[in-house]
Design a binder for this molecule. Structure first.
Ligand code: MN
Length: 257
């Protein structure tokens, strides 16, 4: 029997079937892995996925490795049960069910980022305190990011990881009308309708968390109103290309030498 992170092939991959994902999409996913590492959102752990552009019931995610080193050859295709279809025996991420179950319940979501970024974790564990939009780059966070409590789904003795479909579905249930959820004692997951926007949100959610920790240590914080959050979210959708182009060029430069 295969161990859980070395699942056997279940279905034909789309490249074999003549419906390979576009090379541009794969290149963006590779760049996003590098950017998230360069921007301090992921370290050796954490991952980003994108929905397949020709098969909405498939998604792409790197094999089990550090995001900063991902190449196009490391990208694996998965079905919405989290089964790799072309891993060829390569080890895959244990927490791929975060991605599969969110793609299943949110057809509008094209990209998912999961990370343990440093300033988010404290905001996942303090009773009565929630990650909340504090500045204009992170309006999408809203008034109180929900926190996923794994004990409600799986009891008091888990390793906190989303390691099967049922846990993935329990987490995905948090994403009914929000694009970010914290995971108690673990990290966060962010979703968006494109890879650049998912990266943008992950970077600025981490920055928002840092500002929130800093500001709340000084005194009472003035947060964005719901209306300000919405206005800022709508504005960002038109300007996500600028940081994406900058971060992509910088990450390529860093890896060229
Ligand atoms: Mn994790």
């Amino acid at each position: 029997m295969c161990p859980p992170d070395r699942i056997a092939v279940h279905a034909e991959d789309t490249a074999v079937a003549g419906h390979a994902p576009s090379p541009e999409l794969v290149a963006d996913l590779v760049a996003a892995n590098h950017i998230l590492f360069d921007q301090g959102v992921v370290d050796a752990f954490g991952h980003i996925s994108v929905r397949h552009d020709k098969r909405p019931d498939r998604f792409l995610l790197a094999r089990n490795m550090a995001p900063g080193n991902v190449t196009a050859a490391d990208i694996v295709e998965f079905d919405l049960d989290g089964n790799p279809v072309n891993a060829g025996g390569r080890k895959v991420y244990l927490e791929r069910f975060i991605h599969s179950e969110i793609f299943r319940v949110r057809p509008d979501v094209m990209s998912v980022v999961h990370s343990h970024s440093h300033n988010i974790v404290p905001l996942s564990v303090v009773k009565g305190v929630k990650l909340r939009a504090i500045f204009h780059m992170a309006g999408f966070i809203g008034q109180a990011a929900p926190v996923f409590e794994i004990r409600e789904a799986a009891g008091n003795g888990t390793d906190l990881l989303i390691s099967d479909n049922a846990l993935g579905a329990a987490l995905a249930a948090k994403f009914v009308d929000v694009d970010i959820a914290l995971m108690r004692g673990h990290g966060s997951t962010v979703v968006a309708n494109s890879v650049p926007l998912a990266v943008y949100r992950a970077v600025y959610a981490e920055l928002n968390a840092r500002y929130q920790l800093q500001a709340s240590s000084l005194g009472e914080v003035e947060y964005l109103t719901p209306e300000e959050g919405l206005a800022c979210t709508n504005r960002v959708e038109g300007q996500v290309q600028r940081p994406w182009d900058l971060w992509k060029a910088e990450s390529a430069k860093r890896r060229a030498s």
